[in-house]
Design a protein around this ligand. Structure first.
Ligand code: IPE
Ligand code: IPE
Ligand code: MG
Length: 243
């Protein structure tokens, strides 16, 4: 990023990405099955979307299910897909009325076809909205995204439709599914874990990371505001000299 961008950074984060972690521990701590933690996690998603609209955030990206989460027990995967189905059926109309544009990134091929249809319908219905762009990462892995994009570009080169020296950072970024959303300014992870677990590896190159101890089902407007306050105190330099 150019030096002038560092000098003219917006104070407020335009794009917030969240690794929503800790549903299982929230349930375990109460002697409840993990699935209850996931249900309460879905309620936290609702609160966080509302809070983002209230706070004037332009882009919110939520890590809902990673390419590695397919390794979880079959029952838990089924539970999570059931919750996703329910969310898509019950929330989209309201999101649309609120002016939210809904999008999904990730490897759709692995999702059930009825879920893919619901996602496509939701994306079509909300595509003109601009109050908040809500992106959910499903069956998503940062490495997978980089590898599949590279493969696609390699195919274009093999066909003679692209020259290797036309591949640069800008065109690579534009070949990703996230092409039309800015890179996250702020990346939040809940549950106290301090890792990014294969989330938005390309896009978070210069994001500010905030790790909160809160378990995801307890997350809401207060925690979002706390993370934004922390972000506002950071000094983003993008590699430029201090001062
Ligand atoms: C986040 O909570 C939800 C998903 C990853 C799908 P977890 O299910 O990872 O909860 P913990 O980390 O085991 O507490
Ligand atoms: C990351 O959480 C994925 C999502 C929040 C969807 P995980 O719970 O899967 O990550 P690890 O296994 O602790 O790294
Ligand atoms: Mg976890």
């Amino acid at each position: 990023m150019a030096e002038s961008d560092a000098q003219h950074q917006p104070k407020h984060p335009r794009h917030i990405a969240i690794i929503m972690d800790g549903n299982g521990r929230w349930a375990n701590a109460r002697g409840l099955p993990r699935t209850v933690g996931h249900q309460r996690g879905a309620e936290a998603v609702r609160r966080t979307v509302e809070a983002s609209i209230d706070l004037g955030i332009g882009y919110l990206t939520l890590f809902g299910f990673s390419s590695e989460n397919w390794k979880r027990p079959k029952m838990e995967v089924l539970d999570l897909m059931g919750l996703l189905r329910r969310y898509l059926k019950s929330e989209i109309v309201e999101l649309h009325e609120k002016g939210v544009r809904f999008r999904v990134i990730g490897d759709r091929v692995r999702l059930d076809s009825d879920i893919v249809k619901l996602i496509e319908q939701a994306e079509r219905l909300t595509k003109e909205n601009s109050r908040l762009v809500l992106t959910i990462a499903l069956s998503y892995g940062g490495r997978d995204e980089i590898v599949s994009t590279s493969r696609r570009l390699a195919e274009l080169v093999a066909e003679g439709a692209l020259k290797p020296d036309q591949i640069n950072e800008q065109m690579f970024g534009e070949a990703l599914e996230t092409a039309d959303i800015p890179d996250p300014d702020l990346l939040i992870r809940t549950s106290g874990e301090k890792r990014i677990s294969n989330f938005m590896l390309w896009q978070c190159a210069y994001s500010e990371y905030v790790f909160l101890p809160t378990l995801w089902p307890d997350f809401g407007k207060d925690q979002l505001s706390e993370a934004i306050d922390e972000f506002c105190q950071r000094d983003r330099r993008f590699g430029a000299a201090v001062g």
